[in-house]
Design a protein. Structure first.
Length: 150
C-alpha cells in the first residue's frame, strides 16, 4: 500500500512570511506613541480630579464656617431670621463662585485633551506614513529580487 506524503505547510508558511518582512519597530513606535498618549491623558484626568477635590473640600469648609455663625445663640428672634437670610445669601454667592471654578477646571481639561489628541493624531499619522513608506520600499525591493531571480 502506498502512503501519500503530506506537504509540510510549516516550511511553506515560514518561507512565505520571510518573503514579506514585518517591521516590528513600527509596531513598537506605535505602541510607545499610544502609551505616551495614555500617560498624558491620565495626568490630565488625575490633575482635574485633584483640583476638583480641593475645590469641593474648600467649599465644604466655607459652608461649615458659615453654618457655625448661623447656629450660634441669638438674643432676639429676629436675629435668627437675619442669620438664615445671611447664610442663604452667602451660600448662593459661594455656589456661583465655586461652580465657576469647576467650569474653569472642566474648560482646562477640555483644552488640554484636545491639544493632546491633535498632537497624537499628528504623531500617529507620521508613524503610519513612515511605516507605509518603509513597507513599500521593502516590497519593491523584494519584487525586484524575485524578478531578478527568474
Amino acid at each position: 500500500m502506498a502512503t501519500a506524503k503530506t506537504q509540510d505547510f510549516t516550511t511553506m508558511m515560514k518561507d512565505m512570511m520571510g518573503a514579506f518582512p514585518v517591521d516590528t519597530k513600527a509596531m513598537e513606535d506605535a505602541f510607545k506613541t499610544q502609551t505616551t498618549l495614555g500617560e498624558k491623558l491620565s495626568a490630565v484626568s488625575i490633575d482635574a480630579a485633584r483640583q476638583s477635590t480641593e475645590l469641593s473640600a474648600k467649599w465644604t469648609q466655607d459652608t461649615l464656617a458659615k453654618m457655625t455663625a448661623m447656629t450660634k445663640a441669638k438674643a432676639e428672634p429676629a436675629d435668627y431670621a437675619k442669620a438664615m437670610t445671611d447664610f442663604a445669601s452667602a451660600s448662593a454667592e459661594s455656589a456661583a463662585e465655586h461652580m465657576a471654578a469647576f467650569a474653569e477646571i472642566a474648560k482646562k481639561v477640555q483644552t488640554e485633551t484636545l491639544e493632546l489628541m491633535m498632537a497624537a493624531g499628528k504623531d500617529i499619522s507620521e508613524d503610519m506614513t513612515a511605516a507605509a513608506k518603509k513597507a513599500t520600499d521593502e516590497m519593491t525591493s523584494a519584487a525586484k529580487k524575485a524578478s531578478a531571480a527568474k
